[in-house]
Design a protein around this ligand. Structure first.
Ligand code: BG6
Length: 595
């Protein structure tokens, strides 16, 4: 996801508003940034790197001009570079566009425009928009008509803002990507999120899907897809600028836990083709895999890789999972037939990178499953599978874990060529089910009940085993409490000695065969340990446990993803009760770039 900002006013303040806005949006993407200001000549400045790099590229005393747009980028199409940075312009340089989202049909639009003589400067999907507007104007359309005609040809998600040379009007539109308008005294604003202009105004209008906005210093007009004017509600934001960065959430981690439905929708987009009930991952179209699969990863990504390996084994593909720091090609059989899959949200974790590099040296086929376009893992692998979760700022990974699991599930289906209609239905239902868990969870009450426990144990079988490990890791990372995850069947072979009335046990009990895990629950119950069941079958479990955290059923592979959200929430509320620094836990870092 990227960040968009726009301003038009009666004063020469556009430059300051844009630069302040971009700084407030940087958590949304920070691999390149740019602005375009109509003064009235259109001037465009853009640079690879953080907003600070753009600041040093513009005149020290800033730029004049009443009307402008800005963008901070999180690459999806085309690696970070000056050319791929937004704004993008048309052939004449008199139309500038910034965009957040993914245009699915950009390739065919680009081919048509190039055939009509338009020249392109970047690899981005976005650049088709200014050229589409230019083409419409060439046929005699007004600027507003041309903007609407261009938008009507786009498929996919977009929040778009456009300025023209010699014009104080900003034209904007949205579909699935957020866009909010700000009503000021001397001017008006638009942005991907409120933090970008909260210091100027707290009066906002949220643009809905398929709505358009025409913004100029005298006012804002919102219209629907037919062009009819829409009455909009002006809301007042009661946040201070610092908090707004978290969109009203107390912590980035809590915000990211709540972003999981949207993140999974993005991960599924373009890849689950409902029409003919199949899964196709464009970026893996040319990946062939005859030999064994070896996953390498660290931390939360290692748990996602364990989950992935099980999916592959179940699909009949030989698969193993290694802690990246333990992956040694001198002792592990790796050949040119082997597919080595590096699972890493940041794409920069040193342990994972060195495992990947050793696999490359041996001549193995390599794939990075990552969240960061242009990251080292993406650049150094033969193939890349993007999980598209958007920037994750909280050090403890949350939404990227769910996105990794869904991406690996789709990958397993494409490799085995076996995606049942039922599994596709379950995948498509997952975002709404995630939202249901977030809306109905009683995890906070469970956290309050056990905040003072001595230690915590998490147990699960099958696909729930990696989730049990992840539940323990999350609690450790942000609460600093001792926690351990086990394969449920392993408990009686030692760890049961640690279990007592002071150690609550979180048992993941989902899917068809819950009898064995129920047996493990009775083992710990017999030692007076409090038991919390995370289950999609409460009626079969509640009589044996102290608390139930319910999840909807989503099939054996996907229900554990829902169950994990309950564990994230329990960890969050325990750490919150203990007053921990949840977004920046002690001793940890978002991406460890040293071995
Ligand atoms: C740690 C993070 O530094 O690295 C964890 O704190 C993360 O949250 C782990 O899971 C692996 O990171 P990545 O980027 O390789 O997935």
């Amino acid at each position: 996801m990227c960040g968009i900002i726009g301003y038009t006013g009666t004063n020469d303040g556009a430059f300051d508003v844009l630069m302040t806005g971009l700084a407030g949006l940087e958590y949304r993407g920070y691999d390149s940034a740019g602005i375009a200001i109509a003064d009235p000549t259109l001037s465009v400045h853009k640079r690879e790197g953080e907003v600070a790099a753009l600041e040093s590229a513009v005149p020290a005393d800033g730029l004049g001009g009443q009307t402008g747009i800005g963008h901070t980028r999180w690459s999806t199409h085309g690696p970070p570079s000056d050319a791929n940075a937004h704004p993008h312009t048309d052939c004449s340089g008199s139309i500038a566009v910034v965009h957040n989202g993914i245009i699915e049909n950009y390739q065919s639009l680009r081919e048509r425009l190039e055939a009509d003589g338009h020249t392109f400067e970047s690899d981005t999907d976005t650049e088709v928009i200014p050229h589409l507007i230019e083409a419409a104007i060439d046929t005699g359309a007004t600027r507003e008509e041309a903007f609407r005609q261009a938008i009507s040809q786009l498929e996919g998600s977009y929040a778009v803002a456009t300025v023209f040379e010699d014009d104080e009007t900003i034209y904007a539109a949205r579909n699935e990507s957020p866009l909010v308008l700000g009503i000021g005294d001397e001017g008006h604003y638009l942005a991907s999120d409120v933090p970008a202009f909260i210091e100027y105004t707290d009066r906002v209008v949220y643009l809905e899907d398929e709505q358009f906005a025409r913004i100029n210093p005298s006012g804002i007009v919102v219209t629907d897809a037919t062009g009819a004017v829409v009455d909009t509600a002006v809301e007042t934001i009661d946040w201070d600028p610092e908090d707004a960065g978290k969109s009203g959430y107390d912590h980035y981690m809590f915000k990211e836990i709540n972003e999981q439905p949207a993140a999974i929708r993005k991960c599924l987009r373009e890849r689950v083709v409902e029409l003919d009930q199949r899964i196709s991952i464009e970026e893996l179209a040319d990946l062939e895999c005859q030999g064994p699969v070896q996953f390498v990863a660290c931390g939360t990504s290692y748990h996602a890789a364990l989950y992935g390996a099980r999916l592959f084994q179940e699909a009949g593909i030989q698969a193993q999972c290694f802690l990246a720091s333990e992956y040694d090609v001198e002792t592990i059989p790796v050949t040119g037939e082997t597919l080595v899959v590096a699972v890493t949200q940041s794409g920069e974790t040193a342990d994972t990178m060195s495992a990947l590099r050793s696999a490359n040296r041996i001549g193995a086929n390599t794939l990075a499953v990552t969240n960061v376009v242009g990251s080292s893992a993406a650049r150094e692998s033969d193939h890349v599978l993007y999980i598209r979760a958007g920037p994750e700022i909280g050090v403890a990974a949350t939404k990227t874990f769910a996105s990794q699991q869904v991406a690996l599930a789709m990958f397993a289906c494409t490799l085995s060529g076996d995606a049942s209609a039922e599994f596709i239905r379950q995948l498509r239902a997952l975002p709404d089910q995630l939202q249901q868990v977030l809306d109905e969870s009683n995890a906070r009450a469970v956290a309050d009940a056990y905040v003072d426990a001595e230690a915590y144990f998490f147990i699960g079988r099958g696909y729930n085993h990696p989730v049990a490990l992840e539940g323990a890791l999350k609690l450790k990372e942000i609460s600093y409490k001792h926690a351990e995850g086990f394969a449920a069947g392993e408990l009686k072979h030692g760890p049961l000695a640690l279990v007592s009335e002071k150690t609550p046990v979180f048992a993941l009990v989902t899917g068809s065969d819950i009898s064995k895990t129920l047996g493990n629950i009775k083992e710990v119950e017999a030692r007076n340990a409090p038991v919390v069941a995370i289950t999609d079958a409460p009626s079969q479990v509640e009589q044996y446990v102290d608390h139930v955290l319910e999840v909807p059923s989503a099939g054996p592979q996907l229900t554990p993803i829902l169950a994990n959200v309950q564990l994230q929430l329990v960890s969050y509320w325990i750490a919150n009760r203990l007053g921990r620094s949840i977004d920046k836990p002690r001793n940890l870092a978002k991406s460890v770039t040293v071995e």
